[in-house]
Design a protein around this ligand. Structure first.
Ligand code: GTP
Length: 595
């Protein structure tokens, strides 16, 4: 199709403002899906999304529309994820578009994620169409919401703002006309004649291998074409190519400006990454597209399979295909066997991956306590980067430790500002700026990354009833007093429970953790002490009581001396063993996520 008749756009919104409903309505109106087969929320098709009610992985669909000018247009809608932890996915999708619909709920107004998403789009310098949704609702206050939108950006004017009911379809046809009028036709790269296609998403099919979702900036893409992935420096031949409509529809060729898929035939999931540029092997482009900034993992945790290592390896790499922020390295633990050290964007991300392993691949895993990367300066002048607490050196060798500190911007409602300030102080935040927007307040803090990555995010969400958003900026390293807490259960060290924390929190956390161990470690026939140790000193201890069915107290008619022999044998046997003789369930490792 002529690129004059193509528009590439995304919808961005606060959670529940109606993004999926609008996407469905657009697909119905353009007959991409017919009314009868339209399942609610066609784009949210991952099991995890349905449980959490948020969009995690972006999906794409081409809608054909005959506009008032009697011309046929391809409107490529690139769905974006709705969770703040996934803002990197939003920027990823935006790199393939020239514009966005900024959707705002008429009953709720501009919310924290509206602002965060608006800022992402603004930073990418793409066209923003403000649209008010749910105008059918009795609680809609369109005038007030308009005012809030106008205050977001001086470039908006009253007549720019569109009004729709995604649910009933009111105003949606007009919205499509406005998309054609106001969102620019695809920007093309005229500097080259050859093919340049941006890989903005990837999916995996058991029969066809990796499917790259692409946006062409120049040239032409065909089936059975000899292609080259520029960053990965990998050669392959395209199998089939085509568009999403909404299912995969084969085409002979894709042209500059168009959005579609390439079946690569590549099966090795570690060879292709989102953000790469595809060109042709002969007379191809010399420079790859700029892509977008890759997200860097900030939290690392061990993930160990309960059953088969290889099955888990293949599942993890398939997930990593369209989740470029995951980093995966093989790891080995004496207690848990072979597994992985995986980097995440935060604890919520970790949770999502764990659930995807369960729901999409039916895999149960053990995840160990999450950690950021510390810089450890040793007395012998060596510098170590530590993201696995097991590798944290002995305190006698350490000169000083630096921890990552991040600038965070929190956007919230005025009535929750006090709670946010108290909470941020509790999590060692230092307030550096405070800004009043029309109906929202923006606070800027410097805060240890560990606080944000582990617990602050959840605490903030619960204090503000899910309202506040948090966006992370620059990370710098600053000296911090970090100590290692190790745990012994029944006098044997359990390395996988090793935990790093600030010294001033160490005592309280160690107490809390051993108390949780009391209720999560499977009881044995004998009592077992659980001890937390810092720098050679036991700082907290509880006794994990035995299960009642003890040979000596079970009421069996045995002589007292026999009972005593049994008891002694039970406890001595266990005390001698260097390693635990039983497996620890995931609930034991989860205590680190809970404190
Ligand atoms: P996330 O995927 O979690 O970000 O949500 P979303 O933004 O995709 O919202 P979704 O489309 O799931 O809509 C949220 C709720 O608002 C649903 O219950 C919809 O039925 C309702 N809704 C969406 N659009 C309209 C509308 O135009 N009018 C009314 N009254 N309700 C709407």
């Amino acid at each position: 199709m002529d690129s004059n008749n193509i528009r590439n756009f995304s919808i961005i919104a606060h959670i529940d403002h109606g993004k999926s409903t609008l996407a469905d309505q657009i697909m119905t109106l353009t007959h991409t899906v017919d009314q009868r087969s339209a399942k609610p929320q066609l784009l949210d098709n991952m099991a995890v999304e349905q449980q959490h009610g948020v969009t995690v992985k972006a999906q794409t669909v081409t809608n054909f529309f005959i506009a008032k000018d009697n011309q046929r247009y391809a409107l490529n809608l690139i769905d974006t994820p709705g969770h703040v932890d996934f803002s990197y996915e939003v920027s990823k999708s935006l790199a393939a578009t020239e514009g966005v619909i900024l959707l705002v709920d008429a009953t709720q107004g501009v919310q924290a994620q509206t602002v965060a998403n608006f800022n992402l789009a603004k930073a990418q310098n793409i066209k923003i169409l403000p649209v008010i949704n749910k105008i059918d609702s009795l609680n809609a206050d369109v005038a007030m919401v308009k005012q809030q939108i106008l205050e977001l950006d001086v470039d908006f004017s009253d007549s720019d703002i569109l009004e729709v009911s995604a649910k009933h379809g009111t105003g949606v046809e007009n919205l499509l006309e406005e998309i054609i009028q106001r969102i620019p036709m695809p920007k093309l790269d005229h500097s080259v004649s050859g093919l340049k296609a941006l890989v903005f998403d990837l999916s995996y099919d058991n029969y066809q291998g990796i499917i790259a979702h692409v946006r062409l900036f120049s040239g032409e893409l065909r089936a059975n074409q000899k292609l080259h992935l520029m960053h990965a420096d990998k050669k392959f031949e395209s199998k089939t190519i085509g568009i999403f409509n909404p299912n995969m529809v084969e085409k002979d060729a894709l042209h500059a400006g168009e959005v579609g898929f390439v079946v690569t035939g590549i099966k090795e999931t570690d060879q292709i990454r989102v953000g790469d540029t595809i060109t042709t092997q002969s007379s191809g482009a010399l420079e790859p597209l700029r892509g977008y900034e890759a997200a860097h993992p900030v939290v690392y945790a061990g993930i160990f399979p309960k059953d088969d290592f290889l099955t888990m390896k293949s599942a993890l790499f398939k997930i990593a295909l369209n989740d470029s922020s995951l980093s995966i390295e093989e790891d080995y633990s004496d207690a848990l066997g072979p597994g992985f050290r995986v980097g995440f964007l935060g604890n919520f991300h970790l949770q999502i991956i764990r659930e995807r392993l369960k729901s999409e691949y039916d895999l149960e895993v053990i995840t160990t306590s999450p950690n950021v990367t510390y810089k450890v300066h040793l007395k012998n002048a060596q510098l170590l980067a530590i993201n696995n607490p097991i590798n944290f050196p002995d305190f006698s060798d350490i000169d000083y430790v630096e921890e990552p500190v991040v600038t965070v911007q929190i956007t919230t409602l005025p009535e929750t500002v006090n709670q946010v300030i108290n909470l941020s102080e509790k999590y060692k935040g230092i307030l550096t700026d405070l800004n009043n927007l029309s109906n929202l307040v923006q606070l800027t803090y410097d805060m240890p990354l560990s606080e944000i990555a582990y617990h602050f995010f959840n605490a903030l969400k619960s204090e503000t009833h899910g309202y506040a958003t948090l966006s992370m900026g620059k990370i710098v390293y600053q000296p911090a007093d970090i100590v290692k807490i190790t745990f012994d259960i029944n006098y044997s060290r359990v390395p996988q429970l090793t935990y790093l924390t600030h010294r001033i929190d160490a005592n309280n956390e160690a107490q809390a953790l051993v108390h949780k161990l009391k209720y999560t470690v499977p009881r044995q026939l004998y009592p077992m002490p659980a001890q937390a140790i810092i720098e050679g000193h036991v700082i907290a201890r509880v006794d994990i009581p035995p299960i009642r069915k003890n040979a000596a107290v079970s009421g069996d008619k045995k002589s007292i001396s026999k009972q005593q022999v049994l008891l002694r044998r039970q406890s001595l046997n266990k005390r001698k063993s260097k390693q635990l003789t039983f497996e620890l369930p995931q609930s034991v490792f989860d205590i680190f996520l809970e404190i």
